[in-house]
Each structure stands twice: as structure tokens, then as C-alpha cells.
Design a binder for this molecule. Structure first.
Ligand SMILES: Cc1ncc(COP(=O)(O)O)c(C=O)c1O
Length: 325
């Protein structure tokens, strides 16, 4: 029913003339082939240059830091998509880049960091708060080097970038029809920023969009949201956060948080690839699982779901049996 193509969007608020950085953003919104009438629309953040929406926060935060503080070195602690994104953007902006990550970080993620020339410090896999934890190490390095620390878990520019860029882009693509927005949550930056923009834009038109965050079953974003007792954190879905009330997590724009088990997330990601040719990561699988759940409950809903990253970097866990016959 909805639209043949969903590309035309708003210009990026972070102006760059760099041909590589210009590839960030402007991601397509495509109907999920498994649902009729284009009722579920997938925003493919997987098509950013390092394969996730973290390219946007790296570009937004670093562009402004360079303009405002004339920084020369950037430091970040990340075992996930943020690391590669920061490495790429630092490379293009001519910044020295130092990244810390825990032991066990996937070779794919380390590959992104090293490919773009970042200095990588691998730290022991200890509890947060321990002085050798990769976030503590990043803090110490930033101080010693007088460097700019991104700190995506506390930096309000993380959700801010999405409120100024991803949210408006999504609204330009589907604001006229969207009734529901679904998105996975880690730092909460992506969901919070998009939710703020979408909620306010809809309110200006006298309408409402329902915003549904997605957490892992054994994680504590939903427990914080609902003021429930904490659960032991244990999920294999990369990107879904441990929880707590972070400054980047703007619960006031979120209506509901649904929990998805690892099995549901992984199986949904597999089904998306196998049945519909859309290769997505497990956190996107979790979000798609919830989007399809809502579609089943409310067939008239027009749902936008954000696909945080693609499945390429998870082949070994998503499809363990990939050895040649
Ligand atoms: C694959 C993936 N999904 C979801 C998220 C959650 O995004 P955010 O931190 O903006 O909440 C992340 C964040 O690292 C991620 O890498």
C-alpha cells in the first residue's frame, strides 16, 4: 500500500566534503518482504560504510569536537560497532585514534579498527569498575594523552546525533504513515534520539507514534524501565545493553520495552536471510521479531524498524555450519 521507494531524505546536519564520510547516512527504508502491504519498513543502517548506525555518531561527535575543541587524538572504549566507526571517521579527519576493547572482541571488529590505522589496546575481560577494565583504561589513556574521549554511554551527543539526523531522515521517509517505531537498545542513543524526533514531529501534526524499545530477556534495560528487580546479564546478542539508567537513555520518549530471547533474535535473523534475502545482525533480528509481533497483534499498524547492522560479521554464530561440504 505504501510507497514504491523510500530514499529521498534530509541533508546531513554534519556537513563534510570527504567522499568517504559522505557515504554515511541517507540509508534506505525498504519493505520487509515477509509482510504484505509494506506494513513493516526496515531502515537499513547496515548500509553505512562500516556496517552500522555507529558511523553517524562517530561523524557527528567528532566533527563537532574538531570544530569546537580542535582535538588531535580521539580515544574510545568499544568492543562493538562504535570502534570501527570511530576508526574510520578519525582516519578521514586526520586524527590519531586509540581504541580499547576487552579480550574476546571479535576479529571482525578488531579488523575494522586496525584497517583504518587505529591503535588498539586489548584489556583483560574483568568486571566494570576494575582498573584494568577497558573503559577504565580508555579513561586513563585519554587523560594521559590529553585526548578527546567519546564515551558513548554518557555522551549526550550520542542520542543528540540521532535526534538531529537519523530521526529526521526516517520521518522524511515514512513520517506520513508511521504508527509504530521499533528499535534495539544498547546505550539507548539510537532509540532515544529517533524517538524524540519522531514523537515531537508526530505531535506537531496532532498524531502519535508508539515507540517500542527492544531488550534482551536476560538484561536490564527493561527492568530499569519498569522498575523491576535486576536480572543476571547474559545474552549473546551483541549491542543489546546491560541496562541501568544511562544519560543516553531517554525513557520519557519510549512507550514500551519488549524482551526477546537469544533464540528468538538469532532465529529471526536467520529467517530474514533464508526466507527473504535480508541479511541482518542478531540485534536487528530481535527488533524485527518485535516488529512482526506487533504486526500480528495490529495488522493495520505501519511499523518502522531499525536494522542496526548486517549479518556478515556474525556468520559464525548465525550460521555455524558454513564449512564447505
Ligand atoms: C549491533 C548493535 N545493535 C544495537 C545497538 C544499540 O544501539 P545504541 O547503543 O544506540 O542503543 C548497538 C550498539 O552498540 C549495536 O552495535
Amino acid at each position: 500500500m505504501i510507497r514504491p521507494q523510500t530514499h529521498p531524505v534530509v541533508p546531513s546536519p554534519f556537513v563534510t566534503h570527504d567522499p568517504i564520510l559522505r557515504l554515511i547516512g541517507n540509508t534506505p527504508l525498504v519493505p520487509y518482504p515477509g509482510v504484505s502491504d509494506d506494513r513493516v519498513l526496515c531502515k537499513l543502517e547496515s548500509l553505512n560504510p562500516t556496517g552500522s548506525m555507529k558511523d553517524r555518531i562517530a561523524l557527528g561527535i567528532l566533527t563537532e569536537a574538531v570544530e569546537e575543541e580542535a582535538i588531535e587524538t580521539v580515544v574510545e572504549a568499544s568492543s562493538g560497532n562504535t570502534a570501527g566507526a570511530v576508526a574510520l571517521v578519525a582516519n578521514r579527519l586526520g586524527l590519531r585514534c586509540i581504541l580499547t576493547c576487552p579480550e574476546g572482541t571479535s576479529p571482525h571488529k578488531i579488523g575494522y579498527m586496525k584497517a583504518f590505522g587505529a591503535e588498539v589496546h586489548t584489556c583483560p575481560a574483568v568486571e566494570s569498575g576494575h582498573p584494568e577494565h577497558y573503559r577504565s583504561v580508555a579513561r586513563r589513556i585519554a587523560e594521559a594523552e590529553d585526548a578527546f574521549l567519546i564515551n558513548q554511554y554518557e555522551n549526550l551527543r550520542n542520542p543528540g546525533v540521532h535526534a538531529r539526523w537519523t530521526g529526521p531522515e526516517l520521518w522524511a521517509q515514512a513520517g506520513d504513515v508511521m504508527t509504530h517505531l521499533v528499535c534495539a537498545m544498547g546505550t539507548g542513543g539510537l532509540m532515544s534520539g529517533c524517538a524524540k524526533y519522531v514523537k515531537e514531529a508526530a505531535a506537531r501534526e496532532g498524531r502519535a507514534v508508539k515507540v517500542i524499545g527492544v531488550d534482551a530477556d536476560r538484561s536490564n534495560i527493561a527492568t530499569s524501565f519498569y522498575d523491576e528487580p535486576l536480572r543476571p546479564y547474559d545474552t549473546k546478542v551483541e549491542g543489546l545493553g546491560k541496562g541501568g539508567r544511562l544519560p543516553t537513555m531517554w525513557f520519557q520518549y519510549i512507550d514500551e520495552i519488549r524482551r526477546v530471547t537469544d533464540e528468538e533474535a538469532f532465529e529471526q535473523a536467520r529467517a530474514s536471510a533464508r526466507e527473504h534475502g535480508l541479511l541482518i545482525g542478531p540485534s536487528a533480528g530481535a527488533a524485527l521479531y518485535v516488529a512482526l509481533q506487533i504486526h500480528a497483534e495490529r495488522p493495520d499498524a505501519q511499523i518502522a524498524v531499525i536494522i542496526c547492522d548486517g549479518g556478515e560479521q556474525y556468520f559464525e554464530t548465525l550460521f555455524p555450519d558454513t564449512s564447505a561440504a
